[in-house]
Design a protein around this ligand. Structure first.
Ligand SMILES: Nc1nc2c(ncn2[C@@H]2O[C@H](COP(=O)(O)OP(=O)(O)OP(=O)(O)O)[C@@H](O)[C@H]2O)c(=O)[nH]1
Length: 370
């Protein structure tokens, strides 16, 4: 386990949680029922689209259901590819290829991306297509990976392919003759008919260790309240520092400094432009600029604190000291003036929001297995 892993283990240990992850109640109440429900519906599916988060291609799987899923015709859709590091993505595609598993990085908000996924699905179903009149595709995945976004996009594509179909086309299907049942889905192909079920199967993520739990929390598959925003932010800082990511933000820092310098230089003289009434800026673009500006401030703060740090990043105690300094630097960068107790929570929430929206850059948190 790296220093990032140790830090979070230590932090969670103080909360009285164990390091194995097995005894933590990550998903109170729903586990067994959810798994039973998915198993029953999986029987009906001719092909399964397993949606995973591109940022955690392995951690966003459900290990309990993998044996079951691997017996089915399956395509793994690595969703949110826009948030994942494109320089590493191809290694994951190669990895799944080496496991003889079809996989495709997608962005569920992009129609052309989902269209490519449907082409792959139709190709995989080609063999079955010869034998069956109606085929069913089911979308499954752990919470928040983008199953609904994908299904909505498939619905749009289906409606343009078959404009006559009502909002919820009902497909008559059944696992055995005589046991036909009505299932709601969208028709994406004809002769034979291929339907994509309109309700996704929500899988319970597997949490074999705390680090996996933290990655799932960081990407939104585990509720923040289960671990706490501060610990998730602490983990994110540990990951960024041990990967030396803030060093990549040097140019952001240098450009920011140049900008500040220019700002003070400009103040020396009057400028006619400053006296004219300001043009109204559309709120949407000013919001975007504001968020970009905040993200830059955060990157500069983390770059400065890491470059000034003289300790050993592999030593968990020293890394922890750096992280404490960075919480303070982030508070300034984010202009949070609340009391110390509230400030930490606010810093964590804003920092996580920036990361989750991809404003700190694209990441892949899992390592490709050797
Ligand atoms: N950046 C990005 N965001 C996405 C993408 N797909 C989905 N999202 C966002 O991810 C969040 C979760 O998407 P959902 O479609 O609700 O995910 P889900 O898997 O149905 O979630 P549950 O209902 O909790 O199981 C939403 O904010 C989506 O807008 C994507 O490809 N890229």
């Amino acid at each position: 386990m790296g220093a990032a892993g140790k830090i979070l283990k230590k932090g969670l240990g103080e909360m009285g949680l164990n390091s194995g992850g097995g005894n933590i109640n990550w998903f109170p109440g729903h586990m067994a029922a959810a798994t039973r429900a998915i198993n029953a519906r999986l029987k009906l599916a001719d092909l399964v689209i397993e949606v995973r988060d591109s940022r955690i291609p392995l951690s966003s799987a459900n290990q309990d259901l993998q044996p079951r899923l691997s017996t089915k015709l399956r395509v793994i859709a690595l969703n949110k590819k826009d948030l994942a590091n494109p320089n590493i993505m191809h290694k994951w595609v190669d990895y799944f290829g080496s496991c003889k598993q079809d996989c495709l990085p997608i962005n569920a908000h992009s129609r052309s991306s989902v269209q490519k996924l449907l082409e792959l699905v139709e190709l995989k179903l080609k063999e079955k297509i010869a034998k069956e009149p109606t085929l069913l595709v089911m979308v499954v995945g752990v919470p928040n990976v983008g199953k609904s976004a994908l299904i909505n996009c498939i619905h749009q594509i289906a409606s343009s392919r078959f404009p006559a179909q009502e909002k919820k086309k009902r497909a008559k299907v059944g696992p055995l003759p005589g046991l036909t049942q009505d299932i709601a889905g969208f028709k994406i192909a004809q002769r034979p008919s291929i339907y994509v079920l309109d309700t996704p199967g929500v899988l319970v993520p597997t949490i074999p260790d705390i680090e996996t739990g933290l990655k799932l929390a960081l990407t939104g598959s585990v509720k923040d309240s289960v671990v706490g925003e501060e610990r998730i932010a602490q983990y994110l800082l540990a990951v960024l520092n041990t990967r030396r990511t803030p060093f990549h933000w040097r140019s952001v820092h240098d450009n920011n400094l140049k900008g500040l310098q220019k700002g003070t230089d400009d103040k020396h003289g009057y400028n006619l432009k400053d006296l004219l009434p300001k043009r109204r800026i559309l709120p949407v673009s000013s919001d975007v600029n504001y968020v970009e500006g905040v993200a830059k401030e955060v990157q500069c703060a983390l770059y400065s604190s890491l470059s000034e740090f003289k300790g050993d990043l592999e030593d968990e105690n020293e890394l922890e000291i750096l992280i404490e300094q960075q919480f303070e630097a982030l508070q300034k960068a984010l202009k949070i003036r609340n009391k110390a107790t509230e400030a930490r929570m606010m810093v964590s929430k804003k920092f996580l929001t920036l990361f989750r929206a991809g404003k700190l850059g694209p990441f892949i948190l899992d390592d490709v297995p050797l």
